[in-house]
Design a protein around this ligand. Structure first.
Ligand SMILES: [Cu+2]
Length: 139
C-alpha cells in the first residue's frame, strides 16, 4: 500500500515538472491544426475558426503564386503587432507570408493569444477575389 502511494506521488511530480518544458504554458492538449488550401484563386475554406495555440496550415494548391496577408487596415495596431510576431519566416511584408509558388508549399501560423474576433486576410496577387478570415474564439 505504501509503495503504491509512492508511485503515484512520483508520477504526479514528474508530470508537473514535465509540462513547462514543453513550452506550452496553456492547455497543451487542446491545440488543433487547421488546413486552408490556396487553390482556384480562393482560400478553402474561406473562414477558419481557431483558438490560441492552434496551427493554421496554408497549403498551396495548383496555380498561384499565392500568399496570406492580413489586411492591416481592418486590424487594430495592437493585434497587428501580435500577428506580425506570430508570422515567421521569409515574409514579404509585416503581415504577409512569402509567396507560395510550388504545389503543396505551405506556410504555417501558430495562432497567438488575441482578443476574440475576425481577422481578415487576402492573397496579395489576387486581392480582389481571394480573401478569407481567421476567427479567433474559444473552444
Ligand atoms: Cu492567390
Amino acid at each position: 500500500m505504501r509503495a503504491e502511494l509512492t508511485v503515484v506521488v512520483i508520477v504526479a511530480s514528474v508530470a508537473s515538472v514535465a509540462l513547462p518544458t514543453l513550452g506550452e504554458a496553456v492547455k497543451p492538449t487542446s491545440a488543433a491544426t487547421h488546413l486552408v488550401r490556396l487553390e482556384s484563386n480562393r482560400f478553402q475554406p474561406a473562414v477558419t475558426r481557431a483558438v490560441a495555440g492552434d496551427t493554421v496550415r496554408f497549403v498551396n494548391g495548383q496555380g498561384g503564386p499565392h500568399n496570406v496577408e492580413f489586411i492591416a487596415d481592418s486590424i487594430a495596431e495592437a493585434q497587428r503587432k501580435t500577428i506580425a510576431g506570430a508570422m515567421t519566416g521569409a515574409k514579404i511584408g509585416r503581415l504577409s507570408s512569402p509567396l507560395l509558388i510550388l504545389t503543396e508549399e505551405e506556410y504555417r501560423i501558430v495562432v497567438p493569444a488575441m482578443p476574440e474576433g475576425r481577422y481578415a486576410f487576402l492573397c496579395s496577387p489576387h486581392a480582389a477575389s481571394m480573401q478569407g478570415a481567421l476567427v479567433v474564439g474559444r473552444r
